[in-house]
Design a protein around this ligand. Structure first.
Ligand SMILES: [Mg+2]
Length: 394
């Protein structure tokens, strides 16, 4: 089948599509494809026409006449057939502050080295970082993901590679770690400060999150320093907790979308519970501190939430929501998040320790938690519109 591809570029203004299509409407041509993009007021329209008239000159003259009248540049390419099929599609999201030509050059190089082709690109955000989403065909997540991750780490931007298709659409479950992920603090350090033991506890936490210590053993050791604190410290600590920038936006937008949200924490339910409640998060699991006669005993009650337990809870929340693991996203920063990040459909290392960054599907190194929304394909505009239309919570 003979087809004609026309590409037009010029200043964007209302009525272009109408003018263009009206000029060729009487010729019986079929519109096989039509794509348009506007960048800083300059529009580019690409249209693929079929069922062409015998007199191709008339068609081309009419397109050229319309473009001349509008002051548009026109390129016409006569050819055969439709767009080639785009098999094995993956989505590559890149984020940078700033995003530079070197970063895009690196992405282009790695995609080409893997035999992939960039079919389409759109901008998802301009602030606080620039985010671009690439639709790539002829690519495999399994090979492209580690290659792009390595290049991104070397070149200084963030990247996420996900399969395209239905798994990207529809409902998801997002499960987050709390300490140094949802919030900027480590709750055990805030508690230890009140016992005058902060420095010593912080040193142990740091080593545990790097994966240098057994999590459960180190937790028991740190919790022991809290013995004797009155249980009123929970309220004090809750008030001093600082949410990570973008945390509130992320959770509220996920709730607008009807997505499920969960928190799994090696910290403490006494603080994580009310925090989840205040954000409207339904699924929560964390350690519980033993209290006797209104005073912390320095012991953890029940089974410790360690690395394996975090992954178990992710599966449990997913089951409760009737979602497969492929539709889950896990976000965390510490070594105790590794199993959960690996089990999720998309594991996001958020400003994470090196060992976590190296093994997660995706590493976000910018300090904005709502960047997770871009990895799921939502744009800053969509997020801001949702916020503007959101009724205040009772
Ligand atoms: Mg953490």
């Amino acid at each position: 089948m003979q087809t004609l591809a026309a590409t037009l570029t010029g200043p964007d203004r209302p009525g272009i599509t109408q003018a263009l299509m009206t000029s060729i409407a009487g010729l019986g041509t079929e519109v096989l494809d039509f794509e348009q993009v506007v960048v800083r007021g300059q529009v580019t329209i690409a249209v693929l026409l079929g069922s062409l008239p015998d007199d191709l000159d008339t068609l081309e003259d009419r397109l050229a006449g319309t473009c001349a009248r509008l002051g548009y540049r026109l390129t016409i390419d006569e050819g055969i057939g439709d767009n080639p099929p785009r098999p094995k599609r993956v989505v590559v999201t890149i984020l940078g502050r700033p995003l530079r030509a070197t970063h895009l050059a690196a992405v282009g190089r790695v995609v080409a080295e893997h035999g992939g082709n960039i079919d389409r690109v759109r901008r998802l955000s301009r602030t606080p970082m620039t985010t671009l989403e690439f639709m790539v065909s002829n690519a495999e997540v399994a090979s492209l993901r580690p290659a792009l991750a390595a290049t991104a780490a070397e070149t200084g931007f963030d990247v996420s590679v996900s399969p395209a298709g239905l798994s990207r659409q529809g409902r998801r479950l997002v499960v987050m770690d709390v300490d140094s992920t949802l919030i900027r603090d480590e709750v055990i350090e805030l508690l230890a400060r009140r016992a005058g033991r902060e420095a010593e506890v912080a040193a142990v936490t740091e080593r545990a999150m790097r994966g240098e210590l057994d999590f459960a053993a180190s937790l028991h050791e740190r919790v022991a320093t809290l013995a004797g604190l009155p249980e009123s410290v929970f309220e004090e600590v809750l008030e001093s907790v600082r949410l990570t920038p973008g945390a509130r936006t992320l959770v509220a937008t996920l709730r607008d979308l009807g997505f499920a949200v969960g928190l799994v924490s090696g910290g403490f339910i006494e603080v994580v519970g009310p925090l989840a409640e205040s954000l409207g998060i339904r699924h929560v699991h964390a350690n519980r501190l033993e209290v006797s006669d209104g005073v912390l005993t320095g012991r953890v009650q029940g089974e410790v939430v360690d690395r394996a337990m975090k992954a178990t809870m992710l599966k449990k929340f997913a089951d409760a929501e009737g979602l497969p693991l492929s539709r889950t996203v896990a976000v965390g920063d510490g070594a105790n998040d590794l199993d959960m990040l690996a089990a999720a459909g998309l594991g996001v290392a958020f400003n994470a320790k090196p060992a976590v960054r190296a093994s997660a599907h995706t590493a976000l190194n910018l300090p904005y938690l709502d960047a997770v929304l871009h990895l799921l394909g939502f744009s800053r505009e969509e997020v801001e519109d949702a916020a503007a239309n959101r009724p205040p919570r009772p």
